[in-house]
Design a protein around this ligand. Sequence first.
Ligand code: 4NP
Length: 144
Amino acid sequence: MVCLGNICRSPLAEGVMQHLADKHSLDWQIDSAGTGGWHVGEGPDRRSVRAAHNNGIDISRQICRKFSKRDFDEFDLIFVMDKSNYADVLAMAPNQEAAAKVRLLLGDKEVPDPYYDDTQFQPVFEMIEEGCKDIVKQFKSNTN
Ligand code: 4NP
């Protein structure tokens, strides 16, 4: 799960995806990262921690890291939040196989950056939850 800062959206996506994977007994390796490195080593934004907590999910122990080219080897799928993330991640893809792993979490829609608007964290949570539920629907039968 990749966004720009790895403190607002992608930590929520990691938390929701892990929560759903646990619920469905899916042995998936789930992680998140940001294309920008400003917050590396920090925990998630407290507004994301609160939004997750309000929905029964604890993301408070996540640590921000920067997306790396090695992630293309480590992961089968790389979900990005918006088209800008998509372009940034795609630009790092070493080959076609790696590029094909990159998808928008919501298919054709974007998860907007809530950083400058406190009211957007719950709506963003809900968008991310929908996207993650679709991932379970799409891939569960292929892995179990
Ligand atoms: P995120 O939001 O990409 O959802 O984590 C942002 C958080 C911080 C910054 C940008 C986006 N920033 O520029 O510090």
